[in-house]
Design a protein around this ligand. Structure first.
Ligand code: HEC
Length: 171
C-alpha cells in the first residue's frame, strides 16, 4: 500500500482557494449567459408577435363574422354586394361583362328571367366565375346583386327579402 499516492493538482492552499472560487463563478456565468440567450433571442418578425397576428394564427378553421353576415342573418343589400363583388367586371365591362346600367347589353339577359340570371351568376358563365368569384356570398345576397344589376339596366326585379329564421338556422 506504500505505492499508493493521492494524486491531486491542488498542492497549495492558494490553489485550493482559486479552485473553490472558480467552482462558484463558472457555473453562475454559464447560467447567466444561457438566460441571456433565451431572453434576447430575436423573433423572426416583430410584427408576427403582435396580439392581432397571434390571434389570427390561433383562430379556428371556421369563424363567425358578425360584421359581414353573409351566412343568414341580415344579408347585405344588392347594391352593397354588387359594389363588393361584381363591379370589378360589371363596372368596367372587363372580360365582356355586361356593364352596370348598359340597357342594350342587359336587355336580352333580363328577358331570360330573374331565376335564369341568378342561376348563371351562381354557377358562373363563360368568363364569370361562380358567384362572381366570391364564394362567401349567400344565395340571397347573390340574388339581390343580380336584381340590383338588372334593375340598374331597366329591369324591375324584386330583391329577395331575408330568408325566414328557420331557413337561416338550417344553413
Ligand atoms: C370576373 C369578372 C366578373 C365578376 C366578378 C362578375 N361577373 Fe357577372 N359576368 C361576367 C361576364 C364576362 C359575363 C358575361 C357572360 C357571358 O354571357 O358570356 C357576366 C354575366 C353576368 C350575368 C348575366 C348572366 C347571363 O346568363 O346572361 C349576371 C346576372 C351576372 N353576370 C351577375 C353577376 C353578379 C351578381 C356578380 C357579383 C356577385 C358578378 N356577375 C360578378 C363577369 C363577371
Amino acid at each position: 500500500m506504500s505505492e499508493h499516492v493521492e494524486e491531486s493538482f491542488i498542492k497549495t492552499p492558494k490553489q485550493l482557494a482559486i479552485v473553490v472560487v472558480l467552482s462558484f463563478v463558472v457555473p453562475i456565468v454559464l447560467i447567466v449567459l444561457m438566460v441571456k440567450l433565451v431572453i434576447d433571442r430575436p423573433t423572426a418578425d416583430p410584427v408576427a408577435m403582435t396580439a392581432e397576428a397571434v390571434a389570427a394564427r390561433l383562430q379556428p378553421v371556421g369563424k363567425v363574422e358578425l360584421g359581414a353576415p353573409s351566412a343568414g342573418g341580415a344579408a347585405r343589400s344588392g347594391e352593397e354586394v354588387t359594389k363588393a363583388a361584381c363591379l370589378a367586371c360589371h363596372g368596367t365591362g372587363a372580360a365582356g361583362a355586361p356593364k352596370l346600367g348598359d340597357k342594350a347589353a342587359w336587355a336580352p339577359r333580363i328577358a331570360m328571367g330573374f331565376q335564369k340570371l341568378v342561376a348563371s351568376a351562381a354557377k358562373g358563365k363563360n368568363a364569370m366565375p361562380a358567384k362572381g368569384g366570391d364564394a362567401s356570398l349567400s344565395d340571397i345576397e347573390l340574388a339581390r346583386a343580380v336584381a340590383y344589376l338588372g334593375n340598374q339596366a331597366g329591369a324591375s326585379f324584386k330583391e329577395p327579402a331575408a330568408p325566414a329564421a328557420k331557413a337561416a338556422a338550417a344553413k
